[in-house]
Write a protein of this length. Sequence first.
Length: 674
Amino acid sequence: MPDSPYRLRISLNVLNHLGLNLYSNIPAVLSEAIANAWDADAGSVDVRFDIDAGTITIRDDGRGMDRQDINGKYLNVGYQKRSGSAKELTTPLGRKPMGRKGIGKLSLFSIANEVRVYSLKEHAEGQAFLLDARKIRQAIQGEDFSQAREYEPEQIEFDEVTGRQGTVIRLSSLKKLQRTSQTVRALKTRLARRFDLADDNMGFEIRVNGEAVTFSDRDYFHKARFLFQYGDYDYSRHCNRLDTEEDGVPLAFSRPVRFDQNGDHSDSGDFEISGWIAIAKHSNDLDSKGDDDNLNRISILVRKRVAQEDILQEFRMGGMFTKYVFGEIHADFLDEDDRDDIATSGRQRISEDDERYKALKQFVDSELRHIWNRTNRLKENRGMERAREIPVIGEWYDGLGSDSKSEAKRLFGRIDQIATDEEHRKTLYKHGVLAFEHLRHKEKLSQLETLDMNNLEAAVRLFSELDDIEASWYHQITLGRLDVIRKLRQHVDDDALEMVIQKHVYNHLWLMDPSWDRATETAHLERSVTHEFGEVSRKLSPEERNGRIDIRYKKISGSHVIIELKRSSVRMHDHELMGQVGRYMIALRKQLENAGEGGPVEAICLIGKNLHEWDDRAEKERSEKSLAQKNIRVVTYRQLIKDAETSYRNYLDKTEDKGRIKRILDEIDNGPIP
């Protein structure tokens, strides 16, 4: 066959895609070097950080490499580790290789510009060379397609490997030195989460600065509330905070491990998995806590290491459910020797178009739905039990009838599902009791129709319970209002205070009078009064108009009230104020007569500065008396807050005996959190 005029050439620029920017985080990079040590039948691999020197060193006691191995395998980008006879599909020690494409080693360039490799194979001469990412990039930039596509590493002195065999890789000129200066503990945790170290007899040990990385370094099993397991290994022995059955048995459930192409459970299915999925106690338990390692995920492990960081993100289920989920699925069927490589070129994900991955996704989707339904029932049952750990809630629950207990159980089960932290839980418990009693309140009202008023004892008991519920609700409202008032007084200066009151006073009339909870004006009367007020305002002098901010009409508790806001910069005499407000009161009475409305008319003026007459105590008393005779009340913005606080504080002080429900709420507030 004559020589073909065509040639397939591979550009060095491929390295940019395959290795120089392969990974984004250090544990992922280091896991590639650790996987190579596993494939080399190493018994241990030690990762050491030297922050002062700015280096990371990975040392293993594996088989090592001679020059032929280095050129034919290590420096041969894309070398197929699993090609050849079936005998070569396992290592001499019988391990299944983690690597496949032979490009993982290039990930080292993601965090370092210089990679020094020292390797010693038994009965061979030691080898040492330097890979420099900057020189590789220079070769790429100056590449001439007519020239050979090669980069020659620099030979360096061999002086690192001790013992008969092994490999040392030293990373320097680090790109992310600050990120690499994380604590040994944090790195151990993240490496432990990337490898399956549950098998104590695997004959392989990972160390970080001499400290062994163990399964317990994962540091997340204590967050599990419920556990669903796949396979023979019992992960529940690591979960010391699982909820338990009444007999103390942890809530860990065995699940099917085989499924078919549709993701359906089948004992004869082609696909088999192992691993676990857990539900955390609280959604914020899975927050990264600053280490950038998201726990709210389900990792996919293949051949004992992470092949895909997270499959959970593929699913969007209702509510907050997925925020509580974490776990790992071992799916070696995704990397069978006689099937195509399923990993993407980025090496951190699996090809989503592969039929094996599609089947796994369908299985996980089915499992998540099962877990969702099962845990909802569990939480509902456990919610009331947990709430009853607060003694006063237990007493309250025990006093309910059988039907009410069923309703309370559902209510507190929901609370247990949505509580995000312990203080939030207390708040929801209190509101749960109030909401439940409010529903019972409606039932009590319906009992009035059938109440035998000759039964004095039953009538007194019923009205007492109604009063108790009403008092508890109002007490909670009062506490909330008092808290708002205190914050206004403590954290807002005079000018800002007036602006806040001016903006909100018309919709929060309780600031001016605790009895004014709601305004009840009709739309027609409101329009007519507003129009009439506009006519009055147009007749005011420019100075009088500039002294006002706003004026409104409200119908409250049978009274018709005019509320006028004065600018803080304006200081007036009482006769001026009476003249201006008097005009609006006359206009209002006129409109009320036209509408056939009755009832008293009064006015409140909020001012920033005291009236002139108030400088003298005697004059102030005379002024206030004159204003009161005309049903006009004048209050400064600052005095309004003070009076409101005093009024609500006095109410609370006079109602120390707040009844059964308030006692429950107080004890929830002051008691321990379950």
